[in-house]
Design a binder for this molecule. Sequence first.
Ligand code: ZN
Length: 472
Amino acid sequence: MPPAGAAGRAEQASILAEIVHARRTGPNVGQLISACEADDTLMKPGSETAANLREMRRDYDLATKLPGELVAELAKVGSQSQEVWKQAREKSDWQMFAPWLEKMLTLTKRKSECYGIAPGGEAYDNLIDEYEPGATASMIQATFTPLRSELSALLARVKESGTPPSEKPLKVKIEPAKQHTFGNFVMGACGFDTQAGRLDVTTHPFCSGIGPGDTRLTTRYREEKFTDALYGTMHEMGHGLYEQGLPKHNYFGEPRAGDISLGIHESQSRMWENFVGRSKPFWKWALPHAKKILGKQLGKYDAKDYFMAVNTSRPSLIRVEADEATYNLHVMVRFEIERALINGSMKVKDIPGEWNRRYQEYLGVAVPDERRGCLQDVHWSFGLIGYFPTYTLGNLYAAQFWERINSDLPDLQRDIAKGKFADLKQWLNEKVHKHGRRYRAGELCKRITGKELSAKPLLKHLTDRAELVYNL
Ligand SMILES: [Zn+2]
């Protein structure tokens, strides 16, 4: 779409959203759901139909509990606040953004109150529940706290080792067209169906599961570092494989054809990006193809050089540029602050100080200004509060599933080194994708791995990698 079409498109989107909202929240929908719930044959415990109705009830209740006036206000103030945030970040001016964040917080707290706080719960639970149904702040805290202290300890070991791998293999210039061919080649090998999806270029990479048979992925290319696009593409491809694996052809529009949660969605992208794409077997397979498609410049290096280079770990200021090991510490800073803001134990004016103190303590870096500190993310400006933890939940679920996959598929590592990904994709289709929203994330995790979500598998994965790469 040309840029000048954006305003007209926004108008259309808002009218459609209003019509859809009105139909979804109509009293007849509530009556129909109630009638189904009263029918024992539909509500057999554990059945697919009962799960489908449970999720329809959830969607209906969530949509009807918020007054239309509040929804409109959140949308309006959110888009104004986002504009202010852009300028404030540019100027690194916290004072400029603070009153707008204050407004967004007030509205977001009102939203949480409308949902009603569960006994023993807290206001923040309702916000995270929008993105990760069933998750609570205390459950997240219980998993994040051991992860945080052990990650900080691992980073300290890495820092002391003093032998960072060479990043030279990444610094070869490769034109975007070749990178695009290579990205498509990798996607094809992993099993992404290009008859039911495609890869294009944008400024902000994303995946959109538009409908049955149509999953769109985007990426961006930097000539001077081809692995940025490679991993961006593999990340979105993981989201895309999930979208393609959902039973949309039969049940499009019903919960049973929808994704469970942002955390589970992210587990799929992080698995392909990090557990597959940054592994040694992957480079063993991919490098000869990369040399053919991307060019002879790669010829000086071997698979081990690439494995080492793409797993360099370094504490940094910016979340979106963080490596696999440090990324979760960035997320925890945000989780702790937003939880305290919603529960009233922190004030907006205290954010910069609290942010900087945590970056020093968890990552060992000094924040030089607010642009590279608490103003870096767009999320809070338009009310995405409760969203950040799902990034780390995705890593945790990916690691726990990965352990199970490798015990179910003992040849997987050898298969990856030969470019054989079919069994892995099949496993994900069967265990995760095809169920849609039948199980909540925590329940799915227990069904697949036999255990509650824990920080241990991720810590083990990150420690094993760091020991290999840094010779610890
Ligand atoms: Zn993602």
